[in-house]
Design a binder for this molecule. Structure first.
Ligand SMILES: N[C@@H](CCC(=O)N[C@@H](CS)C(=O)NCC(=O)O)C(=O)O
Length: 219
């Protein structure tokens, strides 16, 4: 059986923002049987000896599928899709298209959003303001690209919902409390479509229970 290493006890600011949500969403969508190992982040479990054998960078999510240990959320959702034979097409071009959009979410869009978070935390002075403006410009560029991609399609990679949508929706979730998505109606509608998936709603409820918050606090 698959074990998902996700967060249990975690600092309040992290609740609802962690990438184990993606892995659990993929598990809920595919219906693969799994259990969750809820990590005690506040107690230092991620830095411990046992977890360092699972996670190269002492981070979650990680899955352990009967001895096959895998880190990195994009790799995890792709593996789960391959294993289940769901959320990814059968043909090589369709599969590669899903990989493309998983990479786009994880390596093009997400790092810019993470920068915004960091600038928000340490904001002060002129340099930070200039950096903030530049990063906002960059964020707009990625979001405009996603908007264009969604011009005539429902899902980001293929005709059907795939794990690339899990990655992209979770990355977009990172800016849900800002007004960055507002100028992009197709993207907003896409984000709502992803959020409406029953498997996402189940994931959010399971996660909220795990980290001990109300679902409404992390929506
Ligand atoms: N690139 C990794 C990043 C994973 C990551 O950032 N994990 C964070 C939580 S969202 C973490 O474990 N933070 C704890 C730490 O770094 O100490 C992925 O996509 O899985």
């Amino acid at each position: 059986m698959i074990t998902l290493y996700g967060f249990g006890r975690i600092f309040p600011e992290g609740r609802g923002e962690t990438k184990d949500l993606r892995a659990q969403w993929a598990l809920e969508e595919t219906g693969l049987p799994y259990r969750v190992h809820a990590l005690d982040h506040t107690g230092g479990e991620l830095d411990g000896e046992a977890f360092s054998r699972l996670s190269p960078f002492h981070q979650a999510p990680v899955i352990d599928d009967d001895g096959f240990v895998l880190a990195e959320s994009a790799a995890i959702v792709l593996y789960l899709a391959e294993k289940a034979g769901k959320l990814i097409p059968n043909d090589v071009q369709g599969r590669t298209r899903v990989v493309q959009w998983c990479c786009a979410a994880a390596s093009s869009v997400e790092p810019t959003f993470l920068c915004l978070d960091l600038i928000g935390m340490f904001d002060s002075g002129k340099t930070a303001q200039q950096l903030d403006a530049k990063v906002h410009e960059l964020a707009g560029r990625w979001l405009a690209g996603v908007e264009r991609r969604l011009e005539d399609r429902e899902w980001i990679a293929c005709a059907d919902f795939t794990v690339a949508d899990i990655m992209m929706a979770c990355v977009l979730r990172g800016v849900r409390k800002t007004d960055l998505m507002a100028p992009f109606p197709k993207l907003m509608a896409y984000y709502q479509r992803c959020q409406a998936r029953p498997a996402w709603q189940r994931t959010l409820a399971l996660y909220a229970e795990r980290v001990n918050v109300s679902v409404d606090d992390i929506r």
